[in-house]
Design a protein around this ligand. Structure first.
Ligand code: NAD
Length: 297
């Protein structure tokens, strides 16, 4: 396949996603503010260019995977941004998790310049990004979705068209609010069992086959040593940062305020992640909320 892909944002998620596109045989030019991340993509068969916007000017597809709304807006908008530099007809796909209204704003400005942009946030964590099994929730036109599908399929296995621009982000905000609540609930349950003498491995195994079963128990256990190859067993390094979860819970609170929706548990989860971040855990994986709940007796 000859499509020329530019991938901007090679962090915990973006790097393995871009590597899967390389493995699928695409020409991928990778860009990040962190040089070592770019080097890793080049080592796995990708390429790069000193001037990322010069690469954008030659791209058929631009994919971005950035931390938050402000990064996306500053990269796409403005005189030197992606919308100013990309060729007409270039497919623009933002996979970052950002505010739905920010996604709609960037997509509307893109439309004015003749681009049919998609918001395509993902779920599945860094292991899902590495395995190419992410879930994509996509907002934008049906036509742009159909054109993006062959590329998204190389990075994920469940790919949904959620609706118009911003819909992908709305689904993602709802999902991550639920995920934050589940991670705290799972941590509480394991802490309670351990404090009452249970082996956390036995407890987790039984609960994951019972009605308390959920994704955090099944594939992302927050208790160190219960599961291999998850952040909890690597001193909570890598994975999905506390500050990124705090951002997503903030997006949920904003959406709830805007629509008058009641989210008592989502708001409580945001407050707990806020305290955890202020205690210095912002860069740790979000399953480290387990450590906020104290030491088991
Ligand atoms: P990360 O912080 O590891 O990576 C973001 C990368 O973007 C960094 O390497 C940073 O240097 C780069 N960057 C920022 N501004 C840039 C710019 N102007 N030009 C080039 N590079 C720039 O974050 P992540 O964990 O990879 O998450 C990325 C997005 O995906 C976030 O919106 C997050 O909420 C979402 N997400 C993360 C996970 C997860 O498990 N980590 C899962 C689903 C969704």
């Amino acid at each position: 396949m000859s499509a020329n892909i530019v991938f901007i944002g090679l962090g915990n998620m973006g790097l393995p996603m871009a590597q899967n596109l390389v493995k699928a045989g695409f020409s991928v030019s990778g860009h990040d503010l962190v040089r070592t991340s770019v080097d890793k993509l080049v080592e796995s068969g990708g390429k790069t260019q000193a001037d990322s916007m010069a690469a954008v000017a030659e791209a058929d597809i631009v994919i971005t995977m950035l931390p938050a709304s402000k990064h996306v807006e500053s990269l796409y908008l403005g005189d030197a941004g992606i919308l100013a530099r990309a060729r007409p007809g270039t497919a623009l796909i933002d996979c970052s998790t950002i505010a739905p209204e920010s996604a709609r704003k960037v997509a509307a400005l893109a439309r004015e310049k003749g681009f049919d942009m998609l918001d395509a946030p993902v779920s599945g964590g860094t292991n899902g990004a590495t395995a190419g099994t992410l879930t994509f929730m996509v907002g934008g036109s049906q036509d742009a979705f159909a054109k993006a599908l062959p590329y998204l399929e190389k990075m994920g296995k469940a790919i949904y068209h959620a609706g118009d621009s911003g819909s992908g982000q709305t689904v993602k905000v709802c999902n991550n609010m639920l995920l934050g609540i589940l991670m705290i609930g799972t941590s509480e349950a394991i802490r309670l069992g351990v404090a009452n003498g249970m082996d956390p491995r036995v407890l987790s195994e039984v609960m994951s086959k019972s009605s308390g079963r959920n994704w955090t128990l099944e594939v992302y256990n927050p208790c160190p040593g219960v599961m291999e190859n998850v952040p909890a067993s690597k001193d909570y390094a890598g994975g999905f940062g506390v500050d990124l979860m705090l951002k997503d819970l903030g997006l949920a609170v904003e959406s709830a305020l805007a629509t008058g929706s009641a989210i008592p548990l989502g708001a409580a989860a945001r407050n707990l992640y806020d305290i955890h971040s202020k205690n210095g855990a912002g860069k740790l994986d979000f399953s480290s909320i387990y450590s906020l709940l104290g030491k088991a007796k």
